[in-house]
Design a protein around this ligand. Structure first.
Ligand code: HEC
Ligand code: HEC
Ligand code: HEC
Ligand code: HEC
Length: 335
């Protein structure tokens, strides 16, 4: 009897073990040295995850360039508010490209009443017009982050009307017996299935003057001012999990883990990331938050806000979106 009970217990333990391991990444992991020996600047990668990120970041072929007609779109069409200075040939080529990038199945009708292309009654056209302005804004004024590589609609949309990686403000957590949980202990994918708060974005990257600063570490031995709470610190770590996941990199991609707050001895890409954070805050404040009033109810989040972007919206698992290939060079109308 005892032997049998033991066998069953053993079997149950084995099954539970296999189920628990199912949540892990498939071995073998590979490691690479990123800095001087002994500095701990080592990255760990799962080959499968690297392959998936590569597959997701392939670049589609550009539409063939066409000779300019010599006539501006603003003179030919009736309701062109942003692209008026664009040559008609290039205008039409961009309409075709936008269709394949944003609404490949629905075609022109996703944004247009095809009987009257000048009509603005579809909300998608109104949003798209603002998106053209946003794309130009990124390419012109966020060069400290996107360099000359820049972005096109495809960087975020990849054939989807709504980009795959967006976020909304989380609904206030139902704390149950323990009261308000601040979104903890729900193992959310945005924070790497850890028990960190599942919405680090609303406080940290929604606006240019965020509700809270990312820096939490004290840099003096004794307190010299009001100190940051454990809750604030958890949000910083939640955001950092997102940065890592979005770029498909470890913390050592940007930090020398000897000291997270210190900038000395960190790779220069930490500065690029810092500019990325400022850019995301600016885009959410200037473009995405105000667009909520143009969107239909089904696009809004549980608290009524519109979709907003974070690092994953462009990066999608790659340290440089689309492997650093510049699609913008083929569509300079978006510069
Ligand atoms: C993702 C949304 C979107 C898609 C898809 C799209 N368009 Fe447009 N289209 C726009 C926007 C936005 C404008 C206005 C641009 C501006 O104000 O500068 C516009 C304007 C136009 C105009 C000018 C109409 C006028 O008289 O004012 C034409 C022509 C046009 N589009 C043709 C097309 C064609 C043909 C297709 C399909 C191949 C297409 N569009 C697909 C968003 C879209
Ligand atoms: C930096 C990322 C980014 C870029 C670049 C971008 N978009 Fe978007 N787009 C978004 C996000 C996020 C949303 C969802 C928010 C919204 O609808 O207001 C969105 C929504 C849209 C929608 C509404 C779709 C729907 O069904 O609700 C259209 C249409 C659109 N974008 C067109 C474009 C076009 C055209 C371009 C290029 C000129 C472009 N976008 C460039 C991030 C981006
Ligand atoms: C893509 C680059 C990048 C990655 C990856 C990254 N970080 Fe950061 N981290 C930054 C930047 C940039 C800041 C500073 C933000 C600011 O000053 O507003 C920062 C700040 C921090 C801080 C706050 C430091 C202070 O002064 O209080 C901590 C803690 C931290 N990171 C931990 C981590 C951990 C843990 C990981 C891995 C899970 C990680 N980071 C991954 C770029 C990164
Ligand atoms: C609008 C699209 C977009 C968003 C959103 C975005 N990035 Fe980037 N990022 C880029 C592009 C494009 C590049 C490549 C620039 C180049 O070619 O040098 C890049 C490059 C980087 C690099 C340099 C990588 C390397 O290998 O040197 C880091 C680090 C980075 N981004 C971090 C971030 C972080 C962190 C966020 C979120 C706070 C973020 N990015 C949000 C478009 C974006």
């Amino acid at each position: 009897m005892i032997a049998r009970a033991n066998r069953i217990a053993g079997l149950v333990a084995l099954i539970l073990g296999v189920v628990a391991l199912g949540g892990c990444e498939k071995p073998p992991q590979v490691t690479g040295q990123q800095g001087f020996r002994g500095t701990g600047m080592v990255d760990v990668r799962t080959p499968m995850a690297v392959e998936q990120a590569l597959a997701r970041n392939q670049v589609p072929a550009a539409l063939p360039a066409a000779p300019p007609s010599g006539t501006k779109a603003g003179l030919v069409f009736q309701n062109v508010k942003v692209l008026g200075d664009t040559d008609v040939t290039e205008f039409t080529r961009l309409m075709n490209a936008m269709t394949t990038w944003v609404a490949p199945k629905e075609g022109c009708a996703y944004c247009h009443d095809v009987a009257n292309l000048a009509d603005d009654s579809k909300y998608t056209k109104v949003v798209a017009r603002r998106m053209i302005e946003m794309t130009r804004h990124i390419n012109a004024s966020a060069k400290t982050h996107v360099a000359e590589t820049g972005v096109t609609c495809y960087t975020c949309h990849r054939g989807n009307a709504v980009p795959q990686y967006i976020w909304h403000k989380a609904a206030p957590g139902e704390g149950g017996m323990t009261g308000f949980t601040d979104g903890q202990n729900v193992a959310a994918p945005v924070v790497g299935l850890t028990s960190l708060p599942y919405d680090p974005f609303a406080d940290l990257i929604a606006a240019k003057a965020p509700a809270q600063a990312i820096r939490v570490a004290a840099n003096t031995a004794l307190p010299t001012g009001p100190s940051r709470s454990i809750k604030d610190t958890e949000e910083t770590y939640g955001l950092m999990m997102h940065l890592s996941q979005a770029l498909g990199q470890n913390c050592t991609f940007c930090h020398n883990t000897r000291s997270f707050y210190d900038w000395e001895g960190n790779p220069p890409r930490r500065a690029t990331a810092w500019h990325g954070i400022q850019m995301v805050r600016d885009l959410n404040e200037q473009f995405l938050t105000p667009l909520a009033s143009t969107l239909p109810a089904e696009r809004l989040g549980p608290t009524g806000d519109g979709p907003k972007l974070n690092c994953a919206t462009c990066h999608q698992g790659a340290s440089k979106p689309l492997g650093g290939v510049s699609m913008l060079q083929d569509y300079s109308v978006l510069k």
